[in-house]
Design a binder for this molecule. Structure first.
Ligand SMILES: *[C@@H]1O[C@H](CO)[C@@H](O)[C@H](O)[C@H]1NC(C)=O
Ligand SMILES: *[C@@H]1O[C@H](CO)[C@@H](O)[C@H](O)[C@H]1NC(C)=O
Ligand SMILES: *[C@@H]1O[C@H](CO)[C@@H](O)[C@H](O)[C@H]1NC(C)=O
Ligand SMILES: *[C@@H]1O[C@H](CO)[C@@H](O)[C@H](O)[C@H]1NC(C)=O
Ligand SMILES: *[C@@H]1O[C@H](CO)[C@@H](O)[C@H](O)[C@H]1NC(C)=O
Ligand SMILES: *[C@@H]1O[C@H](CO)[C@@H](O)[C@H](O)[C@H]1NC(C)=O
Ligand SMILES: *[C@@H]1O[C@H](CO)[C@@H](O)[C@H](O)[C@H]1NC(C)=O
Ligand SMILES: *[C@@H]1O[C@H](CO)[C@@H](O)[C@H](O)[C@H]1NC(C)=O
Ligand SMILES: *[C@@H]1O[C@H](CO)[C@@H](O)[C@H](O)[C@H]1NC(C)=O
Ligand SMILES: *[C@@H]1O[C@H](CO)[C@@H](O)[C@H](O)[C@H]1NC(C)=O
Length: 619
């Protein structure tokens, strides 16, 4: 007992410790190692980041390990396993960070093929991060590691990360990471920032990230044969006003041109010439300057003065940033020392972000909630993953959305035809308030047609054909059908009736027509002609809808008929083809018309009358 207590205490102690570490350093992190076994997790030896399995974030895909020859000691553990998606076009992770809508995140996906499928064939596929970043994932070789990153303010409480099969191999993913950023970091007027470059000049390290960088940005070393690497062991003061949370270790290395009279040059080409870039240049003096030494330079972009003159602060970080003023195919920086400067220019770090100006927002939250509820209630078996409407052209199968520039997309049509739906028509549908078209045909839906369908203001087409709906069609839907504002289809719902024909319980409103044969009795639960009080014009009005509704046939055994009519207790009339009895069926008073075996030829005639009059209601 004591031993148990002791180990429990230890366990609790361990948890408390882990929790503390997280609370201090990794709150706002979601770190997912894709493809490791369900329920497993670990703390990365190098970074101390706590990674969990991806199983709780996705329903699809399969786990794989990379081929052993790629599993080197220096390879980060997150890259040892992958989740691949041999099925479905679009497979998505759903992440729900503790701080959702309105918060800024760095979202990163990592990929390393590592011949996990033993096919030695590099796949190519698309990645959707949030809804604004749609990029193709192209790997150079089996050991190259690709990471895609976006800085994005959440417009809803969910983030979707989707892998899209583009017919060029099976999509896969190695790791998925979310890092909460301060909203004041990387401010933009609009849009999200896709990482284009993040260079740590003069760095001798492979990669700098957490814990050196609180935000776990990846800083890649960047050097050139024409440059001299500089470094200092002194800590760089990064407590700047820019709230960029710069990192001393990144700022403590820099480069200068080997030929001190030459400018410092670097450039990149735009893969997206229609987009602008946010450019951040970082400087800090890392050399101890003598009294007779000075460093001052001007920064030119594509031949135009971008900033200057600038003198980096001694062991203190300075950030210069701005959005590129023009769209360009090539961005070429040249940093020239000024005439008075005795020392050549330097640079410590750079970040370049592609601005996704055409901000596409996520689907309206209320629509998302409604469709998610519909999905889980009916257990919809379609490949419904990610955002229902976004990105445009990637909306879920079976629904269409409206898009306009600044409003979130809305669901305007829903087609769940032949989707094996059962149960009632769910009220969740009423929250899809912009619905124009609803197709629920060919399912097993039962219960009444709910009134809320007639409250959907824009509904123009409603198809409920081929279900087991009961009760009567709401009057308002019929009104809208009659005046041509609604295309209504309710065929093949055997127990559905028109208003009045099955509602009133105290009258003979659901007559039962019986044909007695040797083995069973055929009953049709329809209104029959002798209760017609209305004239023929009335009949004409509903005739057109007649086409949309089949005759409602049910078969009863003879003994059931005896039960319904209480052993043919009460005769209420006699027609041309047989006797009519009074009865009770499912709590409704019915008239049972018996068709005698001897008058089979009368049956057809009788049926014709029944069909013609089946919607006539008033007694
Ligand atoms: C794989 O591609 C990367 C670039 O992504 C390159 O640096 C590396 O040398 C390549 N490795 C092999 C084995 O070809
Ligand atoms: C820093 O620079 C010195 C002198 O150039 C060099 O010997 C040393 O290896 C560098 N240290 C790092 C960590 O780059
Ligand atoms: C600065 O002064 C030192 C001696 O104190 C001298 O060696 C050096 O050449 C001078 N540098 C320049 C740029 O004049
Ligand atoms: C710097 O020197 C160059 C030639 O040495 C001269 O053409 C230029 O005008 C000078 N610039 C300034 C700002 O004095
Ligand atoms: C969606 O597809 C249509 C037709 O292919 C195209 O015109 C439109 O630009 C696409 N929209 C987006 C956002 O890609
Ligand atoms: C969505 O729009 C397409 C093209 O207009 C159409 O073919 C399709 O039937 C629509 N889907 C639904 C569910 O209305
Ligand atoms: C719904 O989808 C089915 C096929 O899945 C199609 O036959 C039907 O026309 C669609 N309905 C609408 C309203 O687009
Ligand atoms: C519709 O949305 C509102 C607000 O989001 C919610 O309170 C309500 O429960 C939803 N109704 C249904 C039937 O889901
Ligand atoms: C309703 O759905 C059925 C079956 O899916 C189809 O045959 C019928 O044409 C649809 N009616 C309308 C008006 O779209
Ligand atoms: C059709 O009837 C509905 C319900 O009575 C009404 O709301 C709608 O305005 C009518 N539309 C037209 C075009 O008359």
């Amino acid at each position: 007992m004591d031993m148990l207590k002791g180990s429990l205490f230890e366990l609790l102690g361990t948890f408390a410790l882990i929790f503390l570490v997280h609370a201090q350093d990794q709150s706002g992190f979601i770190s997912i190692d894709c493809g490791i076994s369900e329920d497993s997790s670990y703390t990365d030896q190098v970074t101390g980041i706590y990674y969990t399995s991806d199983a709780t974030f996705i329903d699809t895909g399969i786990s794989n390990s990379i081929s052993p020859e790629f599993k080197t000691n220096s390879l980060p553990q997150q890259l040892w396993n992958v989740r691949s998606f041999p099925e479905g076009i679009n497979n998505c992770y759903t992440l729900r960070p503790a701080r959702g809508r309105g918060n800024k995140y760095l979202i990163r996906a990592q990929f390393m093929y590592g011949n996990y499928d033993a096919k030695n064939q590099l796949p190519e596929f698309d990645l959707i991060l949030g809804v604004n970043m749609l990029e193709s994932v192209q790997l150079d070789n089996a050991s190259s590691v690709i990471s895609k990153e976006i800085i994005h303010v959440l417009s809803s409480d969910y983030i979707y990360v989707c892998l899209v099969n583009t017919d060029s191999g099976i999509p896969f993913i190695s790791a998925l990471e979310l890092r909460l950023l301060d909203n004041s970091m990387y401010e933009t007027q609009s849009g999200s920032l896709v990482r284009y470059a993040r260079w740590d000049f003069g760095s001798p390290y492979e990669l700098i990230r957490f814990k050196d960088d609180n935000c776990d940005r990846f800083w890649f070393p960047y050097n050139s044969g024409e440059w001299k690497m500089l470094n200092t062991s002194r800590t760089i003061d990064t407590d700047d006003d820019n709230k960029l949370q710069l990192t001393s270790i990144v700022m403590s290395t820099a480069v200068k041109p080997l030929n001190t009279m030459e400018p410092l040059k670097f450039s990149w080409e735009s893969t997206d010439p229609t987009s602008k870039f946010y450019i951040y240049l970082y400087f800090a003096e890392v050399e101890e300057l003598q009294l007779n030494e000075s460093r001052e330079f001007n920064i030119f972009l594509n031949g135009n003065l971008w900033h200057g003159p600038l003198t980096p602060e001694s062991f203190e970080a300075t950030a210069m940033y701005r959005i590129s003023s023009s769209i360009s195919e090539k961005f070429e920086f040249s940093i020239y020392k000024t005439n008075s400067s005795t020392l050549p220019p330097i640079i410590n770090a750079l970040e370049v972000y592609l601005v996704k100006q055409l901000l596409q927002s996520q689907t309206d939250q209320k629509d998302v909630d409604a469709i998610m509820n519909i999905k889980s209630l009916y257990g919809v078996k379609k490949n419904w993953q990610g955002d229902p409407c976004a990105p445009e052209n990637y909306s879920w199968e079976g629904l269409n959305c409206s898009y306009n520039d600044y409003n979130p997309p809305r669901i305007i049509s829903l087609n769940l035809s032949s989707s094996r739906l059962t149960g009632n028509i769910t009220p969740y549908i009423s929250n899809l308030t912009l619905l124009q078209s609803l197709d629920l045909s060919q399912n097993g839906l039962n219960g009444p047609i709910p009134d809320f369908l007639s409250q959907l203001p824009l509904l123009r087409s409603l198809n409920l054909t081929g279900n087991k709906l009961t009760g009567s069609v709401p009057v308002e839907l019929i009104e809208r059908y009659k005046n041509g504002s609604l295309l209504l289809s309710v065929k093949s719902n055997p127990e559905l009736c028109w208003p009045g024909s099955c509602k009133k319980k105290n009258k003979f409103v659901v007559p039962v027509v019986v044909s007695v044969t040797a083995a069973f009795i055929f009953l049709t639960t329809l209104a029959t002609f002798w209760w017609i009080r209305r004239g023929r014009q009335e009949v004409g009005k509903v005739e057109e809808m007649d086409a949309e509704m089949d005759s409602n046939k049910r078969q009863f055994t003879y003994s059931e008929v005896l039960t319904i009519t209480n052993n043919l207790e009460k005769v209420v009339g006699k027609g041309g083809f047989g006797t009519v009895y009074y009865g009770h069926l499912d709590g409704i008073q019915v008239a049972v018309k018996m068709l005698s075996q001897s008058s089979i030829q009368g049956y057809k005639q009788f049926q014709a009358e029944v069909n013609y009059n089946k919607f006539i209601t008033e007694m």
